[in-house]
Design a protein around this ligand. Sequence first.
Ligand code: MN
Length: 255
Amino acid sequence: MPALGRAVAYSCDFSEGKSMKDDLRNAKYVIDIGPVPSLPVAGSELRFPVGRIYCVGRNYAEHAREMGHDPDREPPFFFMKPANSIVQDGSTIGYPAATKDVHHEIEMVVAIGKGGRNIPVAGALEHVWGYGVGLDMTRRDIQGEAKKMGRPWEMGKGFDESAPCSALKPASAVGHPAKGAIWVKVNGEVKQKGDLSQQIWNVQEQIAYLSNLVTLQPGDLIYTGTPAGVGPVKPGDKLEGHVDGVGELAITYRA
Ligand code: MN
């Protein structure tokens, strides 16, 4: 069976035996699914290949409260978006399908450079390649319905073009930002504003928790949660995001 897909190539890394990844390096496929999803690296011709996108839920207390939850009682939890939901900085995108209530969630994004499982908090930052500014775009109406019915969030979160992200900057250049402003403007007006220091679970704790649930892989991204002030966007809106020391992100919804 020569036509194994990319997902199989990745999964082979979890076994202790000989990796099939090398065998598949030059594989020929029965259909073309385009290039590996990736993000630009600031100041470089090289790109960062995107494997999986994990997102942390309710990681800022004020946002947890605005969504009707008690931030003091919940361990971190995660959901996912497909890698090809990535949208590059500067893009103009369409208003998503099947929704009347798309919300912005501005988030710092962690790019994993070194994989691992059961990673201790103390060594977790060694697994970080760099950082970006992301938007966890959310079909809030579909997510709300899923919550009510006890169904998965994926169709509220993991839809087409749901994961805009800035060019990434390496930790070797920007360090590991643990405090500093994070905000998003819609049409020039600040809608969400917080500080990275308000995260309930910091980046190293997120990595440690997540790596107990799955084996982290190089290329994985973690969207680290959003501060309070989430709200709707409409066709024609321009979103500008910022994280101190990390960068800027601008995307526009087609009118
Ligand atoms: Mn989010």
